[in-house]
Design a protein around this ligand. Structure first.
Ligand code: SF4
Length: 432
C-alpha cells in the first residue's frame, strides 16, 4: 500500500457485486435529532435562501441552540411559531403564514429562495405547506421562489432534512438540451473549501462540466438530463438520488469521499465514466493521497488498535467505519445506521472487515446493553446519549460534529481523524 496506484486500485470495482452481510434490524425507541438540524449547514451553503420553519417553540429552541444564537448577523432561518390558537384550529394558519412571509420578504429583499420547512406540529395539524408554497410562489412570482419540505422528527433522522431539501430542488432544475455534453453533478452539501478542492481535481482530470447540488446561489441550479452523471457526496440522499434518476440522470457507483481511499475511489468513479487513463488519474491524485497519508500517520499513533462503537444517527456511520478501520487500524465493534441503503453503500459495505456487526434502526436500551458489554474505547452517538455515556466513563464523539466540520477530501482526512483522537486524548489526560 505504498503507492497511490496501489491504494486506489484496492477498492472493488462497480459491478463486483455486494457481499451479503447479516444485519441486526431493530425498530424500537430511537434517540436522534430531527431533520430541522440540516438548516444549520444548508443556510450557509445556499447563500440567497431563507429557511422558515413552521413549527412550535420547541422547534425554534432546537434550531437556535444548534446554530448558536446569532446576535449580530441577520440569520437566514427563523421559525413561524404555531401557537395554541393555530394548533386548536381557531385561527387560519394559512393567513398567518402569508402575513409572516410577506413581511419577511419586504424586509429581506435579497432572499431569492424561501423554504417553508414543515415540523411535527405542522404535520399534526395537517397544514398543507406544499399548497402554501405554490400560493406564495404565485403571489411573489419574479421576486422569490417558495418551496417546501419536511424536517419533522416523526420517523426521520437529522440528515434526512438535507435529503428532503435537495429533493425539493430537483423539480426546479432546468432540463438539459437534447444532445448536451455529458456533465457531472456532485450531490450533497459540501463546505465551500472542499467544493473548491474537488473542482480543481476534476479540472486536472479533464472533467470540466461539473456542477454541485445544492448550488451556492439558487439561480445557479444546474440543468439535468440523460447525459448527467451523479456522484453522491453524502450517503443519506436516498430521495434526492431517486428524483434525479427519475429525470434521467445516472448515478455513478462509488465509495464516499472520506479519507484517502474513499476520496480516491470517489474521484475514480468519475474518471472511469469520463475515460481518464490510469496514469493521468494516478498523477492527479498522488499528491493528495500523500498529504492525507502523512496527516493520518500522526493520528494513527492515538487510534490504531482502539475499538469503536457507532450508534445510528447521521447515516455517515458506514463510510466512517470503513475509513477508521482501513486507514487508521481501529477495531469496529458495532456499526449502527438509521437506514441501510445497500445500493448506495455497496462499495462501502464491500470494504468493511468481514467480522463487523452491522445494525439498522434502533432499540436504544438493547443497543446500550451491547455497547456496555463491549467496553469500546470510543462511541459515536447523538448528543442525547453522549452525556449519560460520558458519565459512565465511556468516551464519546458527537455525530453531529461530522456534519458541521469539513471532512471530505484528501486535505480534510487529517481533520476527520482528529475528531476521533481529540476525545481519546482528553480522556487520557483526565485519567492521569
Ligand atoms: S420538528 Fe418535531 S422533533 Fe423537531 S424540534 Fe420540532 S417538534 Fe421537536
Amino acid at each position: 500500500m505504498s503507492s497511490a496506484g496501489a491504494l486506489v486500485h484496492m477498492a472493488p470495482q462497480a459491478g463486483a457485486g455486494p457481499i451479503e452481510r447479516p444485519v441486526i434490524r431493530e425498530r424500537g425507541q430511537r434517540e436522534v435529532f430531527c431533520g430541522l438540524t440540516g438548516i444549520i449547514w444548508l443556510h450557509r451553503k445556499i447563500q440567497d435562501a431563507f429557511f422558515l420553519v413552521v413549527g412550535s417553540r420547541t422547534c425554534a429552541h432546537l434550531i437556535q441552540s444548534a446554530a448558536g444564537v446569532m446576535i449580530f448577523a441577520e440569520p437566514r432561518f427563523a421559525t413561524a411559531i404555531l401557537d395554541e390558537r393555530d394548533l386548536a384550529g381557531l385561527a387560519d394558519a394559512n393567513d398567518e403564514l402569508d402575513r409572516v412571509v410577506t413581511r419577511l420578504i419586504e424586509r429581506r429583499p435579497e432572499i431569492k429562495l424561501l423554504f417553508l420547512v414543515g415540523s411535527c406540529p405542522s404535520e399534526v395539524i395537517k397544514l398543507d405547506l406544499s399548497r402554501a408554497a405554490q400560493r406564495l410562489s404565485r403571489q411573489m412570482a419574479g421576486q422569490v421562489r417558495v418551496l417546501n419540505y419536511s424536517g419533522s422528527g416523526i420517523e426521520t433522522t437529522f440528515t434526512q432534512g438535507e435529503d428532503a431539501c435537495l429533493a425539493a430542488l430537483v423539480p426546479e432544475m432546468p432540463k438539459a438540451p437534447a444532445g448536451a455534453a455529458p456533465n457531472l453533478l456532485v450531490v450533497g452539501a459540501l463546505a465551500d473549501v472542499v467544493e473548491d478542492q474537488m473542482r480543481r481535481l476534476f479540472d486536472e482530470l479533464g472533467i470540466d462540466q461539473v456542477a454541485f447540488l445544492p448550488p451556492r446561489r439558487s439561480s445557479d441550479l444546474p440543468a439535468i438530463g440523460p447525459n448527467t452523471r451523479i456522484l453522491l457526496a453524502q450517503p443519506f440522499l436516498t430521495d434526492t438520488a431517486a428524483a434525479l434518476e427519475a429525470r434521467g440522470a445516472q448515478r455513478l457507483e462509488a465509495p464516499f469521499p472520506l479519507g484517502a481511499e474513499g476520496t480516491a475511489g470517489w474521484l475514480r468513479a468519475a474518471a472511469n465514466a469520463w475515460g481518464v487513463d490510469t496514469q493521468t488519474f494516478d498523477q492527479v491524485v498522488a499528491p493528495g493521497i500523500g498529504r492525507a497519508r502523512s496527516a493520518l500517520t500522526r493520528a494513527k499513533v492515538h487510534l490504531a488498535g482502539k475499538s469503536i462503537f457507532f450508534f445510528p444517527d447521521s447515516q455517515l456511520e458506514i463510510p466512517l467505519a470503513r475509513f477508521l478501520a482501513r486507514e487508521l487500524d481501529m477495531t469496529l465493534i458495532e456499526v449502527g445506521t438509521p437506514y441501510l441503503h445497500r445500493q448506495h453503500l455497496s462499495m462501502e459495505l464491500d470494504l468493511l472487515p468481514a467480522d463487523v456487526t452491522l445494525s439498522e434502526g434502533q432499540d436504544v436500551d438493547r443497543q446500550l446493553d451491547r455497547c456496555r458489554a463491549a467496553h469500546p474505547d470510543i462511541v459515536v452517538c447523538g448528543l442525547g446519549l453522549a452525556n449519560p455515556l460520558e458519565a459512565e466513563g465511556i468516551t464519546t464523539k458527537w455525530s453531529i460534529e461530522l456534519l458541521f466540520t469539513p471532512i471530505q477530501g484528501f486535505d480534510q482526512a487529517g481533520d476527520l481523524a482528529e475528531l476521533f483522537t481529540r476525545p481519546l486524548v482528553r480522556r487520557a489526560r483526565l485519567a492521569v
